[in-house]
Design a protein around this ligand. Structure first.
Ligand SMILES: Nc1nc2c(ncn2[C@@H]2O[C@H](COP(=O)(O)OP(=O)(O)O)[C@@H](O)[C@H]2O)c(=O)[nH]1
Ligand SMILES: [Mg+2]
Length: 291
């Protein structure tokens, strides 16, 4: 037989292995293309905002308020994350719509909707919440809700809140560090610390919420790195700095140190409930600037 006929015969009578490979390739190409095209475009998912924060800080109340635009009656303990579709209130313009004509019909429909995702604040369920962070589907930002009335020095709530916030920021920092190694695919995720319950007279003003949390995170950061050193894990230089939040070698933690990792942290006060009704304008504004 000539080489050509031999070759042709081999093509017509593929081995079982070649056949299986061919079938696998044929089946996986559509799945592969689907995942690439749809995940990359983000068209399948609305822009979403993630609600984090300790239990009782007002996440579910905020979710209800943003969804309905009314005063939330009563809330239930959230067992697993729930997501609701929200609309920007009349008058607020999404940043992506800034240059759009007012007569553009698409401006009202598509771009003002977003997904708000509630998470359980309870310690045991926290990993659910943080799953959302490492697996973001068009995630535009995080609202970390804090109860400003439980943040005075020595309050149990301060430690809990700062602990949770520290973990969230550290996760974001690590995510951005690994991003530099991989292709620049991940968008940075800004964080709004929503200092809630401003209607209560024990509530700290937003500026104080910021400095108090920074001071408490400084303590947490130090005590955790000490614990690592004591246990002998952090002996190599690299491992020592791995879990250090913010600027290495800095004495005090400041939220501005997160900018080096492209994580913008803002603090704004507000209230979901209380006397004269809700006041969440600053938070709405922050959300509209992320969409
Ligand atoms: N006074 C006051 N209470 C609030 C405010 N926001 C939420 N709450 C109350 O805080 C409690 C916990 O709220 P919830 O939304 O369940 O917190 P979550 O655990 O973070 O979801 C509820 O009793 C709310 O009514 C606020 O701005 N002011
Ligand atoms: Mg809740």
């Amino acid at each position: 037989m000539s080489p050509i006929t031999e070759w042709a015969a081999a093509l017509m009578n593929p081995s079982p292995v070649a056949l299986i490979i061919a079938i696998l390739v044929a089946l996986s190409i559509p799945i592969f293309l689907h995942s690439i095209v749809f995940r990359a475009s983000g068209l399948t998912t609305l822009p979403s905002i993630l609600l984090l924060g300790p239990s009782g800080s007002g996440k579910t109340s905020l979710l209800t308020l943003f969804e309905r635009g009314t005063n939330p009656a009563d809330t239930h303990t959230s067992q697993s994350p729930i997501a609701v579709e929200c609309h920007l209130p009349v008058g607020a313009t999404a940043t992506s719509d800034k240059y759009r004509s007012v007569n553009d019909p698409t401006a009202n429909s598509t771009y003002k909707k977003f997904l708000l995702i509630d998470t359980p604040g309870h310690g045991k369920l926290r990993h659910h919440a943080l799953d959302n962070l490492t697996n973001p589907q068009n995630l535009k930002g995080i609202i970390f809700v804090a109860d400003a009335a439980t943040l005075s020095a020595g309050d149990e709530g301060l430690r809990q809140t700062a602990d949770y916030l520290h973990d969230v920021l550290l996760l974001l920092q690590k995510r951005m560090e690994s991003k530099n190694k991989a292709a620049k695919k991940l968008r940075d995720i800004p964080v709004l610390i929503a200092a809630n319950k401003m209607d209560l007279f024990t509530a700290l003003p937003a500026a104080l919420v910021k400095s108090t949390l920074e001071a408490e995170i400084t303590k947490i950061r130090t005590s955790r790195s000490k614990r690592l050193l004591d246990s002998g894990i952090g002996i190599e230089d690299d491992a020592e700095n791995d879990d250090w939040l913010g600027e290495i070698g800095s004495k005090e933690f400041k939220f501005s140190q997160m900018e080096e990792f492209d994580v913008l942290v803002e603090v704004a006060g507000g209230k979901v409930a209380g006397g004269d009704g809700p006041a969440v304008d600053k938070w709405w504004k922050w959300v509209s600037e992320r969409l």
